[in-house]
Design a protein around this ligand. Structure first.
Ligand code: FE2
Length: 424
């Protein structure tokens, strides 16, 4: 049989070595020593071959806007939200689309081929972003799966137009129902918003992903309501709580009740380590809280966790590269997940676990899966995280869309020329 592309001798995330053959945009065969003709053969022996990176939490309507119209001086979440409010009326649909497409180029080059992006649906200005990102979703569909979440950033009840605009966005084809209960005027309104938004999702057969309890306030407990509504409406496995940072500060006894409720409802968690460590604890003196939710404890309860990136160069975050290995690296540190098995789990949280949260079909390296993958200049997943390893090849829909030369530095010290490569 003749294949379009054959990758020889790569190391899979589970440590096994296999050849991967691709035909018509699908993985046609995967296993030991596939002998066949192929239009192109890549010898990737010694390198990690992985399903693509997946970002389950991003804001593509705000990305690459850093400094426009000003920077976030305090660095807080709340100043970020008001700065976003200043930027929204100033930006055009075309500008949002141009920035989003530029970001998608960054993402594709990094092997990040599936992204769940929230898009502001607070008001008519937000709908510019909805129209722009629906267009982007279509334009990048051959190489990036873009899933959109209707996100009433200024509060589903707190912003007068948010309810109408959120429903309008869903009518226009936005995929997932979002929310922000901790930003409503009262705890009661927050709870009510969780209930109504989950009912909207149940009626329309959609998934739910809410910004939930993104605060240091230990009494912000909307995740409890989210788990309850998931159970009541039978939305098991279709609901995620993003951030959940208040859980970092909650009473331990309460959390011992909460985590089993989340597990029972199959509510997934999406922490965003880069942003959580940056934005949370800003009102603390010392010791300062880290703010990231309780990842190892959730995993111990069987709760699915995926790490998200959240922001790149926008009103909330002044850095970022579209590299999900940066996200895994930070999550590993903040969560103190340093055992070999925990480090491997951190890699899974930016690949397979996030793919499962997004409900991606045909994701993986098995026969029949969509031929999306990334080859890294690393021997295994832990080394990939340690090095934030270069992506040697990115394959999307069976085609090589990015190529990179292996990183190596020529060093000369004490008259001893050497070649430095950080792999072991
Ligand atoms: Fe977010």
């Amino acid at each position: 049989m003749s294949f379009d592309l054959l990758l020889k001798g790569g190391t899979l995330p589970d440590g096994s070595v296999a050849d991967i053959a691709i035909k018509d945009g699908r993985i046609a065969a995967a296993g030991k020593s596939i002998a066949s003709d192929a239009a192109e053969t890549l010898d990737i022996s010694g390198n990690l071959v992985s399903p693509p990176f997946v970002d389950p939490h991003f804001h593509m309507d705000a990305t690459l806007s850093y400094g426009n119209p000003r920077i976030n001086a305090s660095g807080t979440l709340l100043e970020g939200i008001s700065l976003w409010g200043e930027l929204k009326p100033l930006q055009s649909e075309e500008e949002i689309e141009r920035r989003a497409l530029a970001y998608c180029d960054w993402a594709a080059a990094m092997g990040l081929l599936a992204i769940r992006s929230h898009v502001d649906t607070s008001d008519e200005d937000g709908l510019k972003g909805v129209r722009a990102l629906l267009s982007v979703r279509d334009k990048v569909k051959d190489y990036i799966t873009l899933q959109l979440v209707a996100f009433p950033q200024d509060g589903f009840y707190r912003s007068p137009a948010a309810r109408d605009c959120t429903l309008k966005a869903l009518d226009m084809g936005v995929d997932v129902v979002g929310g922000i209960p901790h930003f409503e005027r009262t705890m009661a309104d927050g709870r009510r918003s969780v209930s109504e938004l989950c009912e909207i999702a149940a009626e329309r057969g959609l998934m739910v992903d809410m910004h939930c309890d993104e605060t240091d306030d230990p009494m912000s407990r909307h995740i409890e309501q989210l788990a309850y509504e998931t159970q009541r409406l039978g939305l098991h496995g279709r609901v995620a709580g993003s951030h959940l940072t208040s859980m970092h500060s909650m009473d331990n006894y309460y959390v011992s009740k909460l985590l089993p409720l989340m597990a029972e409802a199959q509510v997934a968690a999406i922490p965003n380590p880069l942003i959580n460590i940056t934005l949370q604890g800003r009102h603390d003196t010392y010791p300062k809280r880290r703010g990231m939710t309780r990842v190892p404890e959730m995993l111990a309860h069987g709760i699915r966790v995926g790490f998200g990136q959240d922001c790149v160069l926008d009103p909330w975050y002044s850095l970022g590269t579209a590299d999900m290995l940066d996200v895994a690296f930070m999550g590993l540190h903040v969560g103190q997940m340093t055992s070999p098995s925990d480090m491997q789990r951190c890699y899974a949280m930016v690949t397979s676990q996030s793919a499962a949260i997004m409900g991606l079909e045909d994701y993986g390296l098995e026969k029949g899966c969509k031929a999306d993958l990334v080859v890294l200049d690393a021997g295994n997943t832990i080394e990939a995280v340690r090095l934030r390893a270069p992506r040697l090849f990115v394959v999307a829909g069976g085609k090589v869309i990015a190529r990179h030369q292996a990183d190596e530095t020529a060093l000369s010290v004490e008259g001893r020329p050497a070649s430095v490569k950080r792999r072991v």
